[in-house]
Design a protein around this ligand. Sequence first.
Ligand code: 6PG
Length: 277
Amino acid sequence: MPDQNEQLQRGLAPRIVVRLADENGVLRMAASRLLTRLIELEAEGRQRIDIAITGGSDGIEMLRLVGLNPLVDSVDWSRVHMWWGDERFVPANDPDRNALQARHALLDMLVAQKGLPESNIHEIPADPRSATERNQASAEDDARAVNEAAVKFQQMLLQELGNMNGEPRMDIAWWGVGPDAHFASLMPGLPQITITDPSQLTCGVTNSPNMPPLRVSMTVPMIQRSLETWVIASGEKKRDALSKALGNFDDPQAPITFAAGRKSTLWMVDVAAAPRS
Ligand SMILES: O=C(O)C(O)[C@@H](O)[C@H](O)[C@H](O)COP(=O)(O)O
């Protein structure tokens, strides 16, 4: 089984695992850290900061906590660009959509009150088909639709963030962990987790065992270009996943083990999620 040395040799930062005793602390810590890092990067003179949001209950709750943190007023949001690491491929107004949930939890407020330009929000394309078209679609139709969205997502990344020479990349990307140890929409045992072609930044997923089955995701090569990569895991339902993932690297049966960044790799887990030693 690959160990951490292989990640280090590929230029990735060593994994630091912070275990918090406070059961609700991880999401608050991640929210504060996001705001603090944005303030620091802006103080260093950065005019543009690209971040990747994640979906799921932890990811959305973290966004809500960002909005409640008083540091939210110290960020110049006009310099911040929002992306998604993955998206459920559903219509734009479907409540399952990560972008819609993120807008309700935080982004609508940032646009309305804190100066985040709507044009800085880069949503992964939604399923454009009508309910009838979706109901009548064959597996091939679904695959075509989801792959088209993945291609558009890749084009958006390239148009906004440049060529393939180490770009495009996120400054900060954070990820939740599924109970099966997936992250993004990269599920254990599905072929997308094994994509290593550095020119493939995104992929479509047609048979996710977690609902909904159609998804669009960043690939591992894109994810591992991020400068800072964080993993957030809170609560007992994450314990099995972390038992498989802590001390483990690049394991397709535990996709979260691929979550690493070039400058820092920080996993924040709470006492309920951490396996008992
Ligand atoms: O769209 C999604 O579902 C995700 O991006 C997914 O990878 C999520 O982050 C994990 O499944 C954790 O989700 P929970 O925090 O809800 O367990």
